[in-house]
Ligand binder design. Sequence first.
Ligand code: ALA
Length: 398
Amino acid sequence: MSSHKSDFPILSQKIHGNPLVYLDSSATAQQPLVVLNAIQQYYEASHANVHRGVHELSARATTLFENTRKKIQKMLNASHAHEIIFTSGTTSAINLVANTFGKNFKPDDEVIISEMEHHSNIVPWQLLPVKLKVIPISDQGEIDLTEYQKLFSSKTKLVSITHASNVLGTVNPLKKIIEIAHQKNIPVLVDGAQAFPHMPVDVLDLNCDFYTFSAHKAYGPTGVGVLYGKTEALQKLPPYQGGGAMIESVSFEKSTYAPLPYKFEAGTPNIANVVGFHAALEYLTNIGMENIREHEKKLLEVATEKLNAIAGLKIIGSAKEKLGVLSFTLKDIHPHDIATILDREGIAVRAGHHCAMPIMTRFNIPACVRASFGLYNTVDDIDALVKGIETTKRIFHV
Ligand code: ALA
């Protein structure tokens, strides 16, 4: 895959006098110029509220907004456009399901999650009267499928699991996980925030009941997320937030609700950013999700080899199927110190618990450094990271 760095204006700058090396795409990815242009053009030529007006601008805005829904349907291979619900992000999509599907949970009901979940697939369930059953992970950072099967009981209501870990990079064997749950008539929600931007996703092939992801990790703008749900799964859910656009009729005695997807899209949506997201999705499909996956696999291979060769550096997570995510510790140097020194070299990585504290507990570390790759990264970026780590070692005399 040829380098796409020059498509991203933000990446051409210097940080502390050094060329920016952006290795924090798991936190948020950068936007290609086509996305920035699409948002500006939308505001310059087509902005109006959607689904409300008969005037030309409203019709234009509605078409652009709905085009993004159709594009997502196509990319996910979903059966219908109405199965794509716009939210403000993955977190709000999971909260939507928790607060509707979980509305009638009883305190001894159970939701199965895994030990590698991000906080946004832990805390929404903890706000409900429900018990969490946790699938353990191995030292390599892989789901234990035998233990998973043992967690089902007559109280199990849902399996809610990440497609890929934001810390370990592990890509979970979702088809198997979903098949096992379905054999027991239990629906499955997938947190796809990390996976969607980095690999092809086919919800029909996976056969998941719900799939969630965020635009900003997929080279789109912030403030937009997606909840995909099978029609029959979404139809069973009560409305979430009340307001304009989600109703069919309103009186003081009784209101009735709009059909899918609008039933779950109360209020004015994030129109401009949904429109901008279309440009990001076009950009991704023009490059090809398979090509992106291959490119990032190669980067991961090179980075794993080079980082493993650094004395005192320990990589956290060595699953067979991984995304371009490399978390590590370096002797007993605090991850924030490492990230601060790397930043002085122009290298942006994330340090801390990565909003996944239970993973830190599992690997018995307080925190770690994470380098995460996007489609714009190159082997030169990995060399810069290695050089930055060597500088850190020199400063700390380790
Ligand atoms: N989930 C985001 C991350 O992993 C915030 O950094």
